[in-house]
Design a protein around this ligand. Structure first.
Ligand code: BG6
Length: 491
């Protein structure tokens, strides 16, 4: 049952000492505490491999929370938060620790939520450990996060392992993009406005561009990233989530099941990319050294711990075609990369030309566009044409741009993705989480792309200097179709 307030929970964070817990989860819990969103009886149990007392744990997390919070710590809120915090020393590979954990969890009737903030190699031990002492039973909930495998096969394995102990209704798979305000707003934008709704099809739309550009490099996660590459790390999950939300049919209602079903239908209509069309539809690149905001940065293969022969892609551009009535003939161009010139995410919907042109529209004027900036400075703009002002004839056109919504950057109610997702899990609502089928359908489409790259070996990796917009070939992918990337505008 879904209720609209957070229930009294015991939130057990496996991997309490790790990066995710310290960077994201604790700052998010602090913010939820500040907004009075956490139930008064909720407990937070950090579980990790250390002989720490509660006090030692709190001291450590205070340091990191201070670093990762977007503001100074308010001692009053911090005290409220740490009153709930406990630390539990656990080796997830040993059963007797779970028996001890059970004793702690039996102290209350709270709903138990397990957050697996650990590498996937420890997932199975946790599922099994909880299962052995019946800590897996409904209504407990479990949160897992990517990478959910590196292929369909490995993803299925994780899904099968968890399904042995937990029902699908207990499993909350995180894709943090689904917690972002701007992504959620896409659903409202599309289905609450007849202006957009009625024009959202192949009759009106020429093509759609989705760009997720990052300035960051690999930092200290070279080994993880090198196994993944940008396609598995970003496209399999975040970009495909954006694509499904932007292209799905109107769901019967906005219930989690109906939205997920529509998204799954889209994943099933993605045209397969294989050895026959891999070169025509994809470009993969890797960054060389360069400058980002005036600072020199090393190449991918010179990062800490790197293998100089790595052929992993840090950039990818894909032309995606959908085989359904609504989108036949409307390509979706996806591109994402690390160490690009600027961090931003944007969807650009490019409309078709007028069927009959009554005006002198210079060739350099582009088409009508709906530009949805997801990050930063979230906003929506429309490019349109109007008469050139002055004594000119009516048929002289210039292009103009209107901004439909101002940036939400400065609004005080901006909610971080992890805050929203933690809160939703405390409410028991799965709408913003990914279901098993979505993860597997996404891999089904990604696997042949990665296999085809392997088969075509070295010649398909294009180098690009850090601080640019990726390899020139990504322009070719769109230009050979007579189209252009929408130019980045930092406003
Ligand atoms: C993560 C990826 O899922 O998303 C990272 O593993 C990536 O490699 C990050 O940098 C991007 O998230 P955001 O919210 O900064 O766009």
């Amino acid at each position: 049952m879904i209720i609209d307030i957070a229930q009294a929970c015991d939130l057990v964070i496996f991997g309490a000492k790790g990066d995710l817990a310290r960077r994201k989860l604790l700052p998010a819990l602090y913010q939820l505490e500040k907004c009075n969103q956490i139930h008064p009886n909720t407990r937070i149990i950090g579980a990790g491999r250390a002989n720490w007392t509660k006090e030692e744990y709190i001291e450590t997390i205070k340091k990191t929370t201070k670093t990762f919070l977007r503001e100074d710590i308010d001692e009053h809120i911090w005290d409220k938060l740490i009153f709930r915090v406990h630390f539990f020393n656990i080796d997830v590979f040993k059963e007797h620790y779970f028996t001890k954990l059970k004793k702690i969890l039996n102290q209350t009737n709270n709903i138990i939520i397990y957050y697996c903030a650990v590498p996937p190699s420890a997932f199975h031990a946790i599922f099994e450990g909880l299962g052995k002492v019946n800590l897996n039973l409904f209504p407990s909930r479990i949160i897992i996060e990517k990478p959910l495998g590196v292929s369909l096969k490995t993803c299925k394995k994780i899904n099968d392992q968890i399904a042995k102990y937990f029902l699908e209704s207990q499993i909350f798979r995180i894709d943090h993009y689904l917690g972002k305000e701007s992504i959620l707003n896409l659903i409202s934008l599309r289905f609450a406005n007849s202006l957009f709704f009625n024009n959202w099809n192949r009759k009106m739309i020429d093509h759609i561009q989705i760009t997720v550009s990052e300035e960051v490099g690999i930092e200290n996660r070279w080994n993880y990233f090198d196994e993944m590459g940008q396609t598995r790390d970003m496209v399999q999950n975040h970009l495909l989530q954006i694509l499904t939300i932007i292209s799905m049919d109107q769901p019967k209602n906005i219930s989690p099941t109906n939205i997920r079903n529509e998204k799954i239908k889209i994943l099933r209509t993605l045209d397969t990319i294989n050895i026959d069309n891999i070169n025509e539809k994809t470009v993969r690149g890797q960054y060389t050294s360069g400058n980002i905001r005036g600072k020199k940065v090393p190449s991918y293969i010179e990062e800490n711990g790197a293998n100089p022969n790595s052929q992993t892609e840090t950039f990818v551009c894909i032309r995606v075609d959908l085989k359904n009535d609504q989108w036949l003939g409307v390509p979706f161009y996806l591109r994402t990369g690390k160490r690009l010139a600027y961090k931003y995410s944007e969807i650009v919907v490019v409309f078709k030309e007028m069927p009959i042109n009554l005006f002198n529209k210079p060739n350099n004027l582009s088409r009508n566009k709906l530009i949805i900036r997801l990050d930063p400075n979230e906003n929506i703009k429309i490019d349109f044409f109007k008469k050139t002002p002055g004594f000119n004839e009516i048929c002289q056109l210039t292009s103009d741009r209107i901004e439909l919504s101002s940036s939400t950057k400065t609004t005080s109610n901006r909610i971080d993705a992890y805050e929203r997702l933690l809160l939703e899990s405390m409410k028991g609502s799965q709408s913003l989480f990914v279901c098993r089928e979505e993860t597997e359908e996404a891999w089904k489409w990604i696997d042949p792309i990665i296999d085809s790259w392997k088969k075509t070996k070295q010649n398909n990796l294009k180098l690009y200097p850090a601080g640019t917009w990726g390899p020139k070939n990504s322009d070719k992918i769109i230009m050979k179709d007579g189209r252009y990337w929408h130019e980045f505008d930092s406003k």
